[in-house]
Design a protein around this ligand. Structure first.
Ligand code: NAD
Ligand code: DAU
Length: 336
């Protein structure tokens, strides 16, 4: 068992990273956290304001800045690497920052991990495997061949391959996790669930892409956090673990759940232009993680999770209102 005393969390001011930082503060009392975040459009210091202090410090900087990494990496015994450009639609409109941050940024961090002998855990996505047909009886497993579809998922696949190579060639003590779609508080309003919840709160009709039958495998961000900690501390070096909570649902079902929870008519939404190259279905088989490391998801009641998320957005207007109009303007320009 690896027990770090200080963990460098990249992207700790984003959605999943900030939830992970809070999870560590709550569940791992002996551990200090250093958050490294560039505070792009997706990152906000406010997301971790409540836990900043003796145990959690913040460094404003870019993962591509090798000199900065020389200053901060040696002070920690592990890097948990969340920082990324994370949104598929943005990657289709402008792929360059995805290649730069997701590929070059991961490369810089791996070089620092190699130089200072630091344990490295890489956060990745199930999208590296491409998609499944709706009627395919298979789900994604660790050994499946990579077949990413979008600029976002191909940049994440590239970063995973770098991690594998740095482990095998240089012996960097690395693990990788590929997780399915997260939901929970602090998710940017560009993403599907928060976009629709905040549209409804604003009196705007939700927007559904294509035929609405695309399937995503939903997991609560708290369960993602516990899985990452399990793999960081007990995972076998050089291994990949898939993280999922058996949460497959098609988009139209999720949207109707949201409308129902918010007291609206289930047909009160607009169909909009489909995403180019839109992956049909993701589905994760997380047996390896459950069998080898004994991890289990705890937040498996999707409808109650959704209610909490709706309440969170309803109670945190000041968090999302400042970025809502610009996000919707970008979508409108794309016919979405
Ligand atoms: P997010 O967009 O909400 O947050 C990304 C964070 O990274 C932001 O705080 C941003 O400021 C920071 N960042 C971006 N570029 C940076 C750079 N060059 N240097 C330093 N910081 C930088 O993303 P998220 O949804 O929380 O995703 C976090 C990670 O989890 C990503 O690696 C993503 O690929 C992966 N992931 C996400 C999901 C999901 O459902 N959202 C599922 C599986 C895996
Ligand atoms: O599978 C893990 C991935 O999940 C992560 O790697 C990504 O970082 C994360 O953004 C997410 O990717 P998706 O593309 O699946 O998530 P998104 O929230 O953008 O969309 C979810 C589904 O909803 C997808 O099928 C597209 C659809 N959609 C999305 C939006 C924003 C709509 O129908 N309408 C919308 O307005």
């Amino acid at each position: 068992v690896f027990s770090p005393s200080c963990v460098l969390v990249t992207g700790g001011c984003g959605f999943i990273g900030s939830n992970f930082v809070r999870w560590v503060v709550e569940h791992e009392p002996g551990v200090r956290v250093v958050v490294l975040d560039a505070l792009t459009y997706a990152g906000r210091l406010d997301n971790i304001r409540g836990v900043l202090g003796e145990r959690v410090s913040f460094v404003h900087g870019d993962i591509r800045d090798a000199e900065l990494l020389d200053r901060i990496v040696p002070g920690c015994d592990a890097i948990v690497h969340f920082a990324a450009e994370s949104h598929n639609d943005n990657s289709i409109a402008d792929p360059e920052p995805f290649v730069s941050t997701n590929v070059m940024g991961t490369f810089r961090l791996l070089e620092a991990a190699r130089k200072y002998g630091v344990r490295f855990h890489h956060i990745s996505t199930d999208e590296v495997y491409g998609d499944l047909a709706l009627d395919d009886p298979e789900r994604f497993v660790e050994e499946r061949a990579y077949r990413p579809s979008s600029p976002y998922s191909s940049s994440k696949a590239s970063s995973d391959l770098l991690v594998r190579a740095w482990h095998r060639t240089y012996g960097v003590r690395a693990t990788i996790s590929n997780c399915s779609n997260n939901y929970g508080p602090y998710q940017h309003v560009e993403k599907f669930i928060p976009r629709q919840v905040t549209n409804i709160l604003d009196g705007v009709r939700p927007k559904l892409y294509g035929d609405g039958r695309n399937v995503r495998d939903w997991i609560h961000t708290q369960d993602h956090s516990s899985a990452v900690w399990t793999i960081l501390t007990r995972g076998r070096l050089g291994e990949t673990y898939l993280i999922g909570a058996d949460g497959e649902r098609d988009n139209i079902t999720v949207l109707r759940d949201i409308l129902r929870v918010m007291g609206r008519d289930e047909d009160d939404f607009d169909w909009v232009r489909d995403r180019p190259g839109h992956d049909r279905r993701y589905a994760i088989d997380s047996s390896k993680l459950r069998r080898e490391l004994g991890w289990m998801p705890q937040h498996t009641d999707f409808e109650s999770g959704l209610r909490q998320v709706v309440d969170w957005y309803a109670g945190h207007r000041e968090w999302w209102e400042p970025v809502k109009a610009a996000t919707e303007a970008r979508y409108k320009a794309q016919g979405q």
